[in-house]
Design a protein. Sequence first.
Length: 401
Amino acid sequence: MTRVIDGTENEDPGGRLARAADAVRWEARSVGRAARAALRGPGRERDLLVQSLKAALAALLAWLVAQVWLGDPMALMAPWVALVLVQATVYSSLVQGARQFAAICIGALVASGAQAVTDDTTGAIALSVPVLVLLSNWPRFGDQGIYAATTAVFTIATGTVSAEAVGHRLGQAALGAAIGVAVNALVLPPVHLRDVRENLAALAREAGEVLYAVAEDLREGDWDAQTAANRLSAAKRLQDRLDSLRSARGWSRESLRLTSGLLRKLHRAPAEALPSQDEDERFGRITGHVTALTRSLAVAADEERSPAAPDPEVLRSYGKLLELLGDSCRAEADRLLGEEGTADPLLDERTDAAMRDLHTRLQEGLRAEAGQGAARTAVLGTLVLQAENLWADLDPDARGR
């Protein structure tokens, strides 16, 4: 039963509880899937598990060194710093460590100065924290600036603001930073090569899926403005995958910094497994060709923009050509993932012959369309040119055959 108050309906609490229970079950299933993926084999889930365990190990080691070995009764700063400095790459650990240590030094010094001026805990916090929170937004600090303010609060709250206490705390921070960076660099150093390969393969496969979908529409004659718009939207989403590829490439380059030689050998993914950056550029061009191709087909299907669409029979031949190009994209994806037994169709003689036959038929259709007006010629000529560009990037040897 629902109640109406002020013109609005209050939902039955049972419905809210049911949705909350569904959300909990969904989250539990997500956790279960992630756990199974981490146990099944290498992947993002296992990388996250390893990184989390390394952070816990760094904090534990810092605590043991500071509290047990050195006998520090306030060994809090060392494990705190060590925990947050186990970053996604060794390079970022060093950069973040430098930023965090600088923020901690500034926070401790400002807190000590505020305590000396006010001689009061509340007054020192009121004097130092606003300045430090504002300073934490300085871009040079990155996302580590907030540690200046938190260090100040911690320093003032403990009542230890003498020069000796401040120096002691900074020493603990330096110890934690050294342990965090060392653990990250020496224990399974993070080298992010898999993401580049996976994103390249996914980009090739998704480009092939777009070409398959367009080819099926053209073969069945199911091509109108709405269908064309949907395929164009799917092609544009390839740009998101291309952006992910570029981001993964940046992470890979950063993860290889400071992890050469012996450190890199400790990781299961060797540096030579990283695909060439030329592959990124090639698949970037392929993505552009697929998007331009679907855009031209969308223009051809729009009666307000194209006065004469190409002949349906010619479009069906074009669909067969796109299907072969989609096969090539799938073969590229398999090659990138190292899956044996799947040859590139464009290198197969029979497929190459079929491709050339279709290309010849399209050229004949282009000549036939030329006698029926410039509009038909322009649309079909654009489609043929874009297919040729796509073929050339999928199979560079095709240019010379």
